[in-house]
Design a protein around this ligand. Structure first.
Ligand SMILES: Nc1ncnc2c1ncn2[C@@H]1O[C@H](COP(=O)(O)OP(=O)(O)OP(=O)(O)O)[C@@H](O)[C@H]1O
Ligand SMILES: [Mg+2]
Length: 402
């Protein structure tokens, strides 16, 4: 599957990315982004636009309608290549490998992070592409005539928000809690360290007591920082010789959540049940919970003491999801464009601003600055080990253009 995705990715050039971004941005305003808008946005003449759109449809990155007018929507796969392109441009990844996991709401690929300043070892990472809202997208396609104004946009929004939440909390917890190091975030995707070892569900531990203690220790540290995982189980814990790593954080909650106690109990109970069933280890749930909570601030009175430890999770943040879509989305975009994001180098940012001016179309205003993808650069990405050479790629591009 990755071979297919990669083949498609390598076929795309900066103009294709510009079209995809045009559709992505246009979907904030249109259920089906009219070709006229894309023409304004990309400054590509209709003929060339049509040709390129056809190719994007053929490669299943976008979907086309002709009724009531010619318009386009982006698919998750189209969204994937936009995120991938951003990571490549920022040098967050230099090569991509096989699919290493599929969750209910994500797909995960192995990738390589180039070494800093070209010294040192490349770091094995994964890219987690969020897939929240996928089901509703299908439903939306079926019943689109009954939809409210912006519901067509909901899956992009849901997946983006999930990735933003997950990256945010991972960045806050790392390295205090043992989790894969988060490296980068764009749209609905996250680049993070490849977890060490294997999932608890797929491992037979030789020293289960030790691992159980390690896991509970991590749950305790997490709780002391004001966070509860909220989907903890043998499927979200990696174990290696070095210890454990907890993954899969977008649904985390804080102790202020109305069901915080129940949810914490469920997390711990899942872990205890696993160790009981697989290894016959018995631990009291209540006592374990008491121990986990023992160092955390218990009420408003002694909150101050633990307050400085907290990683930013609080009740208001949880409520963020209830806020109007527009607002959160704007913030999200700002974040993504690198205002305050460390991953953006100053120079790169200047270039973006200058470039953005070139494309001043009224309809897209603020989003214009999202120009990271339009530099006419070669896309340097290859499948781990077996990539095409740049020469081959250039050759292909030339063929296509003619
Ligand atoms: N950092 C990582 N390193 C290695 N493998 C990973 C990593 N993150 C995720 N995976 C693999 O991908 C699978 C799905 O990831 P994750 O649990 O984060 O996604 P999800 O869609 O939220 O899952 P779920 O089905 O539990 O809701 C994991 O079970 C694991 O096998
Ligand atoms: Mg999972």
């Amino acid at each position: 599957m990755i071979d297919e995705a990669l083949r498609v990715f390598k076929e795309l050039d900066s103009k294709d990315f510009r079209i995809l971004t045009g559709i992505e941005t246009g979907m904030k305003h249109f259920e089906w982004v009219p070709i006229d808008e894309l023409n304004k946005y990309t400054r590509l003449p209709f003929e060339k636009l049509e040709y390129r759109l056809k190719k994007l449809v053929r490669n299943k990155l976008v979907v086309r309608t002709t009724q009531p007018y010619e318009g386009y929507q982006i698919y998750f796969e189209g969204y994937d290549v936009l995120a991938l392109n951003a990571f490549v441009k920022r040098k967050s990844i230099s090569a991509i490998g096989d699919e290493v996991g599929v969750g209910k709401e994500s797909v995960i690929y192995e990738a390589i992070l180039p070494p800093e300043l070209a010294i040192g070892e490349p770091v094995p990472v994964v890219i987690k592409f969020h897939r929240e809202g996928r089901t509703s997208f299908k439903q939306i396609k079926r019943v689109r005539e009954h939809l409210g104004e912006r519901e067509h946009f909901s899956w992009i929004y849901a997946a983006r928000l999930a990735a933003q939440r997950e990256y945010g909390i991972m960045a806050a917890l790392y390295p205090k809690v043992s989790i894969p190091k988060p490296f980068d975030h764009n749209r609905h995707a996250i680049v993070m360290e490849l977890a060490k070892g294997s999932l608890l569900s797929k491992t037979k531990l030789l020293d289960p007591e030790w691992y159980l203690d390690e896991i509970l220790k991590q749950v305790k540290i997490t709780y002391s920082l004001g966070i509860i995982h909220a989907d903890l189980s043998e499927y979200n814990i990696f174990a290696s010789e070095e210890g454990v790593q907890l993954i899969d954080w977008p649904q985390y909650i804080t102790p202020e959540h109305p069901h915080a106690d129940e949810i914490l109990e469920r997390d711990v109970s899942n872990v205890l049940t696993h160790f009981y069933r697989k290894y016959g280890i018995k631990r009291e749930l209540e006592e374990t919970i008491r121990e986990i909570k023992s160092q955390a601030p218990r009420n408003a009175g002694d909150k101050k003491e633990g307050e400085e430890n907290r990683v930013g999770g609080n009740a208001e943040e949880w409520e963020l999801e209830e806020e109007p879509e527009e607002k959160i989305f704007e913030e999200d975009i700002l974040q993504e464009e690198g205002f305050g994001a460390e991953n953006f180098e100053a120079e790169e940012f200047e270039v973006e601003e200058i470039e953005a001016e070139e494309f001043e179309a009224e309809e897209f205003e603020a989003e214009e600055i999202e120009a990271e993808k339009f530099e006419a650069e070669e896309i340097e990405i290859k499948k781990i080990e077996t990539g095409k050479t740049e020469a081959e790629k250039t050759e292909e591009d030339t063929e296509k253009e003619t």
